[in-house]
Structure formats: structure tokens, C-alpha cells
Design a protein around this ligand. Structure first.
Ligand code: CDP
Length: 804
């Protein structure tokens, strides 16, 4: 050792491992416009496909006449349900156990439903041809309101299911009913309500919205008739699942299907499912023998491929007079649109809605969910959330505020009084989950101190008095939220998709010179996996992150994985990569022992290699070990240094957070200004604090959009209103508030590096926080609950109704 010998800290810093604010490596190409998205991929002889869509929400199709379109020069073919029937592809199974028409089979059930697929030499010709296809309709009565769906005289929305009294999730009560799902102890909950000193009841709606990623859904299918092989490039959050589904539907052997998800411009749940466009592009390529590309436009994306939410939650809390909760009862009416194509694990028809007890120690609870059909687009995807956890968090966080109001208690104090306590972890919730770790009181107190909560309440009181005296037209709201997420689906005992257990995977290969390629079953859509997965390996194996390349999205090279959604990447794939690295490390230790001529047990790990215990001068770096593994492995040991791990997590992880929003509202204009937004997140071990901050900023911006205006609305005729960015609120830098972020660290006890997911937390916690702020502002004028979204018009109207 001399002065030039790097210190331990310097060697650690050089790795840029866990905890480092490493710059995102993928941004080198993204910021220079060098990303490679599906629409950037062009193949020789490539054709284009596009849809004829329904103008009506509910109608019989009497006739489709494509003769004028087929005569247009450049049109190759027009596919309708009739052409798909002989292939058995006119209907497809959904992830939720329902079936969905690929192309309308004699009837349309929502506006913009796919009726025919036009294949032409370019997009201009497909568009012209679409105008030339004549569809004759017979209009049918429309249902857009889920509360009217199960009326005795409601029109039958799914004649294909007529007479079926059982669906994928049990008995159906009505011809428009999909499933009933119940969890918890009904009897004990009813008793808690009978004995309650105080109860509240409110119908809390979480309106229909949409993930709206910047890049829409798209694919390019190319069938090689000679080899019988299909290659599909697509915007897939779960490429392996798409390969399996494509094989099951097309009967092409799975090894002859190559699915590649290149760079993806945001997913947020929109790109998990299988859509008609994928199937039609594949069929079109098989039929024409040429590559066929399908690229959705914005209106198609917003109005057809996967809405989110549309949950109507009648929520009751039982409590004592001094504010201890004693029971929770929730009934959800879930609007699934025309087909149940929710993207949930198979056994969970309402996703993880049973996390609805939130962060509170409810002794008993009961949840029931009724799913119904309406004449709206199908979907029900987890828009930046873990399968309905955002609905659950909104429900309980609004309800806790309503209870606080009834009790005359401060909403933060009510939460502090009812939190699951640190010593109760692992905590068994009344609705069946085992929360892994948490320190809610610490996080809440830190957040309250940081925002100056008590001072804000004093200021609000003074403002309310001034408003009542007529001295100001501005009111002030303080949004308080404490959420618990459930991410990392999931243990295979609980979670599967189409029968494939929800594990995830990683394969790490060290080259002779000590650099690494790692391939993953996850698939980033902008979350920065290429940066963070390398950081985990860097810490585990002592190789600098810059010497590690991460590859995702090619099903031929990546180990089978269930993909990226529901913030499952860090809890599952992130664990797989640490475990694969540990397998390599074990072998590396044997090689180092051989090289140093000592027993393996005489070695200890030291940042970037092994050294002899008590004799640190004798050591072998991981780079030296890598070379030796190819050059002079110990006798009897396989050469090379690589490992694969399929990780089946023992439990989910439960990130949590305390969010506060300070909002000023002008009651005369309905304009709400966000004065401050403070977000404290606890996602266990933090791999890359800068990426976490970016994830929180993005998620909060989406939460702001959802709570304050973003909505997919329908009129009474089932016309989708506002399915373009002229009307659908997508905040720009102009509207987006300034975010303050903070953290506590409570590692997950069962995750190899203690990490929990984070990407979705800000959406889950942000929405109730904004909504609670609006509601809090109007409370002193007698309001209890105002439905979202809180756009300026609705806020203004609320003021008028309350006589402000
Ligand atoms: O599944 P998805 O990638 O959408 O979500 P995630 O697991 O929450 O990860 C989002 C990004 O945040 C990834 O780049 C993670 O590596 C990073 N992250 C982190 O740095 N530390 C954590 N404890 C959790 C996530």
C-alpha cells in the first residue's frame, strides 16, 4: 500500500453501485434522438395496416362492403371477422378469462371498435381505403352508466355469453354481470358496524382515465414462409407473454416465434395486454407473406386500447368516538366496458384492491367487487399502479379524511392514531396481506415537520375566517395522504398470467476481460433499467457499472420473464439479478481460492474481489478471477463465469409514503394553484436516488393530471368525448407544479438487497393527496366529498353550490 493506492471508499465509488446517483446511460441515445422505437424499424416490402372503426357504441352490423376499397390501387387486402373465422382468430381470450372480438363479429359494443383491417402499401392508402368501406349498422340501445348496467330491463350487451350463469370468476347475477369478488370477514365486519360509536359512508368514484404513453401501441409482424418463423417487433411491456400468447393463438411453435421489444416510449400499463392490432398484423403478414406494420394514432390509443380505473367505491368506516377505526366495508362497482380485458394476475379479478385497508390497523374488513359490462372501451389496466392499488389508496385516503371531518379531528392526527405500528411488522392485514416492513410514524412525523404542518393549519384557519368575513375570495386546502403500496407480483402461489407463474429472471455472463453482459426478463419503458440493473451487479460483483451492458426485450436471448408493470421489476427482476450475481460470486470464490492456494473459507469479499483473511495484501480482483475462469479454472470446475436465476419472490414488497399538498383555490374562477407538494417515499434500499427522484417526479405529474382533469368521458350515446390531447389533460412544464422529494429507508426483509418498488408510488399516493387538498379546502363550507377530476369548471361549480 502506498499513497497512490485507492482507499476502500474510492474503490467503491469507482463501481457506481447501489446508492450512487449514476447518470442514466440510456439517455445518451434518447437525448440525441437515437432511440430505436418500433416505428423506426423498416423492413423491405413492408406493408401497413389500419382499422375501420365503429362510429356507434352499440349496433348490429348488417353489411360490410369493402369492394370500393379493394379496387383502390395500392390496397393489398381487407380483413374482416369473416376472414378470421376459418383461422379461429375472430375472437381472442383476454388476460381476465373473458373473450374479446378481434374484429367485430356481427355487432359493435363500443365506439371505435375494430371492424375491418385494411392492408396497403402505405399509411396514406390505408386511410383513403378506410373511407371507401361501407358499413351498414342497426343501432341498439346504449349503456354507459355502470349503475344502470344491471337493471332488470337493461339490454343484453354480450349476446355471446347469453345463458352463461358462470364466468371466469364464479357465478354471474345478471346478463351484464361479469363477476363478484369478495374478501374478508363479512359477519365480523357487520358486527363492528352494529357496535360502532361513529360511522361514515360515501360513494367515492375514481373516474375513467388512460395511461396515454407518448408512444402509442404498435407492432411490426414478419412471417417467413420458408422457415415457418414469425418475428414480431412491438411495444410490449411483457414480450415473453406475448410470444406465448402468439404461439397459443397461431399454433406456430413457440421456438419459431421471435418477439422483440425495442425502445419503448412509456407504458404505464397500456402495453401489457394483447390487442386486435397485433393479431391482425400477424395474420396479415402470414397471408401476404410480407412484413406488416400497425401503428395506432392518438385518438385510437385513447379511445380503444385500455382505459384505467372506472371504479365506484361505496365506502364505510366504523370507529370509536375518539377516532380508533374498528371496521371497513367497501363495495365496488367496476365498469369493465364491453369485454373484461383487465390485465391482472389470473386469480385477481379486481387486482390487489384488497390492499384497501391501507396503512391502518383495521381489526376487521370486508370488500366486495361487482364487475359489469357497459358500451365503453375494454381494458381496466393498471395505469402506473399495481393492479387496482391506486383505486384502493384513493378509496381509503378519501374515507379517512371524511372520518376525520365527522369526528372533528385533524386528518394527520387520525392517521397517526391508526397506523400499523413498527413493532407489528410483518403485519397481517384484515384482507389477507402480509406487509413486510414499515415505520409509518417516523415517515409521517418527518413529513409533517418538513412541511410545517401545524403552522399551515393555523394559516388555513385564519384564511377561512377572512373568507367568511368577505375579505378574500381565495381558500386554502391541505392535502394529507399516507399510502401503502403492494408491489412485486408475485409469489407463484398467488400470481400467474395465463397459467405462467409470475417469477422473473436474469442471466449474467462475465467475459474473459471482466466486462459483463446481463439479460433480463424485465423490459424498461423509460424507467432506466440499463442504468440501475448494472448498479446492482456492480455492488454484488465488484465490476464497475460502466463495464456492464444490460439487454432486455429480445425473447430469443433473454431468459423467460413476466415483464415490467406493477412496479414489479425491482422486487422481482432486481432480486433475480442479485441472486444470479451471488451464484457467480460463489464460483469466483472457488477460483480465487485456487489461484491464491488457500481454502475458500479463508477468503473474504472486499469491494471488488476476494482477499485472504488477515492477509489483505494477498487478493484477487474480480477481473483477475474472470480471466482465470476462462484460462486456468481449478481442476474439475467448468470454465467460464456465468449464471442464470429465476426468482420467485416469497412475498410482495410494501413501499409507503407520506404526501402533503398545499393548494390555493380562487372560488370565482375555479383555478387551483399548487403552492407546495412534498412527497416522502420509502422504497427500502435505494439503488439510484436520482432515478428514484425522476420516477417520483413523473408519477406525481401523472397523479396531478388524473386528479385535476384527466378523464375519458362518454356522452349518453356512448360517444367518447375528448379522446385527443386537445381535451385529455396531459400536463406540460407550464402546468406541472414544483415537486419536493424526501425519503426514509426501511429495507424489505425478504428481498436480497432490501429494495422495494417505487415507480408507481407517486401515482398511487399523489392522486388522493391532490383530491384531499381540494376537498379540504371546501370542507369549512359544509362539503363532505367532491368527485374527481377536479378541473376548474367543477371546482367553480362546487363553490357556487356551496354558496361561496
Ligand atoms: O417495474 P418498474 O421498473 O416500472 O418499477 P420499479 O421497480 O419501481 O423501478 C423503477 C426504477 O427505479 C428502476 O430503474 C429501478 O431500478 C429504480 N429503483 C431504485 O433505484 N431503487 C428502488 N428501491 C426501487 C427502484
Amino acid at each position: 500500500m502506498n499513497d497512490m493506492t485507492p482507499t476502500k471508499e474510492q474503490r467503491e465509488a469507482k463501481l457506481e453501485g447501489i446508492g450512487c446517483k449514476r447518470k442514466r446511460v440510456e439517455d445518451i441515445r434518447f437525448t440525441q434522438g437515437k432511440g430505436n422505437y418500433v416505428d423506426d424499424i423498416k423492413m423491405p416490402g413492408m406493408l401497413h395496416g389500419d382499422f375501420v372503426r365503429s362510429q356507434y357504441a352499440h349496433a348490429k352490423i348488417k353489411k360490410i362492403d369493402a369492394s370500393r376499397a379493394k379496387a383502390l390501387p395500392g390496397v393489398i387486402a381487407v380483413i374482416t371477422a369473416e376472414e378470421l373465422k376459418p383461422l379461429g382468430l375472430h375472437w381472442m381470450p383476454t388476460l381476465a378469462g373473458d373473450v374479446q372480438a378481434v374484429l367485430a363479429d356481427g355487432r359493435v359494443s363500443f365506439q371505435n371498435q375494430e371492424i375491418a383491417f385494411v392492408i396497403a402499401e402505405n399509411r396514406y392508402i390505408t386511410d383513403d381505403a378506410i373511407q371507401l368501406i361501407d358499413v351498414e349498422y342497426e343501432e341498439l340501445p346504449v349503456i354507459v352508466d355502470p349503475f344502470k348496467s344491471m337493471a332488470p330491463d337493461a339490454p343484453v350487451l354480450r349476446p355471446d355469453l347469453e345463458g352463461k350463469t358462470t364466468g371466469a370468476h364464479g357465478p354471474r347475477k345478471h346478463h351484464n354481470h361479469i363477476f363478484e369478488w369478495t374478501v374478508g370477514d363479512k359477519e365480523a365486519t357487520d358486527v363492528a358496524f352494529q357496535k360502532a360509536e361513529v360511522t361514515i359512508k360515501e360513494m367515492i368514484s375514481y373516474h375513467r382515465t388512460h395511461p396515454s404513453p407518448l408512444e402509442t401501441c404498435q407492432c411490426l409482424a414478419s412471417f417467413d414462409k420458408i422457415k415457418g418463423e414469425l418475428t414480431v417487433y412491438g411495444t410490449f411491456q411483457a414480450p415473453h407473454v406475448i410470444r406465448t400468447v402468439a404461439s397459443l393463438l397461431s399454433k406456430i411453435p413457440e421456438h419459431k416465434i421471435h418477439v422483440i421489444a425495442p425502445d419503448i416510449g412509456g407504458g404505464f400499463g397500456n402495453k401489457v395486454g394483447a390487442y386486435a392490432g397485433y393479431i391482425c398484423a400477424i395474420v396479415a403478414s402470414i397471408v401476404t407473406g410480407q412484413p406488416v406494420k400497425w401503428v395506432e394514432d392518438r385518438i385510437e390509443n385513447l379511445s380503444t386500447t385500455s382505459f384505467a380505473r372506472d371504479y365506484h367505491m361505496t365506502t364505510e368506516i366504523a370507529a370509536t368516538k375518539d377516532g380508533k377505526v374498528t371496521g371497513l366495508r367497501v363495495h365496488v362497482l367496476a365498469d369493465h366496458g364491453a369485454f373484461d380485458s383487465c390485465a391482472d394476475p389470473s386469480k385477481w379479478p379486481a387486482g390487489f384492491m384488497n390492499i384497501v385497508t391501507g396503512s391502518y390497523d383495521f381489526p376487521v374488513a370486508h370488500l366486495s367487487v361487482d364487475g359489469v359490462y357497459t358500451n365503453k372501451a375494454p381494458g381496466g389496466v393498471a395505469y402506473r399502479c399495481s393492479f387496482r392499488v391506486t383505486e384502493a389508496a384513493y378509496c381509503i385516503e378519501r374515507a379517512m379524511d371524511i372520518l376525520a371531518q365527522k369526528l372533528g379531528m385533524d386528518p394527520a392526527d387520525l392517521r397517526l392514531k391508526n397506523f400499523v405500528r413498527r413493532e407489528q411488522f410483518p403485519y397481517q392485514s384484515a384482507l389477507g396481506w402480509e406487509y413486510d416492513s414499515g415505520d409509518y410514524h417516523l415517515a409521517m412525523q418527518k413529513a409533517m415537520d418538513a412541511i410545517g404542518y401545524r403552522e399551515l393549519r393555523a394559516e388555513q384557519k385564519a384564511k377561512q375566517a377572512a373568507f367568511k368575513r368577505g375579505e378574500t375570495r381565495e381558500i386554502m386546502g391541505i392535502g394529507v395522504t399516507f399510502f401503502t403500496e403492494i408491489v412485486g407480483a408475485g409469489p407463484s402461489k398467488n400470481c400467474d398470467i395465463l397459467g405462467v407463474a409470475m417469477f422473473d429472471s436474469a442471466e449474467i455472463r462475465i467475459h474473459p476481460t471482466g466486462s459483463i453482459i446481463a439479460r433480463m426478463g424485465s423490459k424498461s419503458q423509460g424507467q432506466g433499467h440499463e442504468t440501475t440493473w448494472a448498479q446492482i451487479i456492480a455492488t454484488e460483483l465488484g465490476i464497475p457499472a460502466d463495464d456492464i451492458m444490460i439487454e432486455e426485450g429480445n425473447t430469443d436471448t433473454a431468459p423467460y420473464g413476466l415483464g415490467t408493470y406493477g412496479s414489479r421489476s425491482t422486487p422481482v427482476a432486481g432480486a433475480a439479478i442479485a441472486m444470479a450475481a451471488r451464484k457467480i460470486k460463489n464460483k469466483a470464490q472457488m477460483i480465487a481460492a485456487h489461484l491464491l492456494e488457500v481454502s475458500e473459507y479463508d477468503l473474504e469479499w472486499d469491494v471488488d474481489g476476494f482477499r485472504v483473511k488477515g492477509n489483505p495484501e494477498r487478493s484477487k480482483s474480480m477481473k483477475e478471477i474472470a480471466w482465470a475462469s476462462y484460462n486456468s479454472p481449478p481442476p474439475g470446475l467448468e470454465p467460464g463465469l456465468e449464471a442464470v436465476n429465476y426468482y420467485d419472490p416469497p412475498n410482495m414488497t410494501y413501499p409507503f409514503g407520506a404526501y402533503f399538498c398545499v393548494m390555493d383555490i380562487d372560488v370565482d374562477t375555479g383555478v387551483a394553484s399548487i403552492r407546495r407538494f412534498y412527497a416522502l417515499d420509502d422504497c427500502g434500499t435505494r439503488i439510484n436516488p436520482m432515478i428514484i427522484e425522476g420516477q417520483v417526479h413523473g408519477g406525481l405529474t401523472e397523479a396531478f393530471a388524473i386528479a385535476m382533469g384527466q378523464e375519458i368521458k362518454y356522452d349518453a350515446m356512448g360517444n367518447v368525448v375528448g379522446a385527443s390531447f386537445m381535451d385529455f389533460f396531459l400536463p406540460t412544464a407550464v402546468e406541472t407544479p414544483k415537486w419536493e422529494t424526501d425519503f426514509t429507508v426501511t429495507p424489505s426483509p425478504h428481498h436480497p438487497i432490501g429494495a422495494k418498488g417505487v415507480g408507481e408510488s407517486p401515482n398511487v399516493g399523489g392522486v388522493p393527496c391532490f383530491s384531499n387538498a381540494v376537498n379540504d379546502a371546501f370542507q369549512f363550507l359544509g362539503s363532505t366529498h367532491i368527485q374527481m377530476p377536479h378541473d376548474a369548471w367543477r371546482i367553480w361549480e362546487t363553490g357556487r353550490k356551496l354558496g361561496a
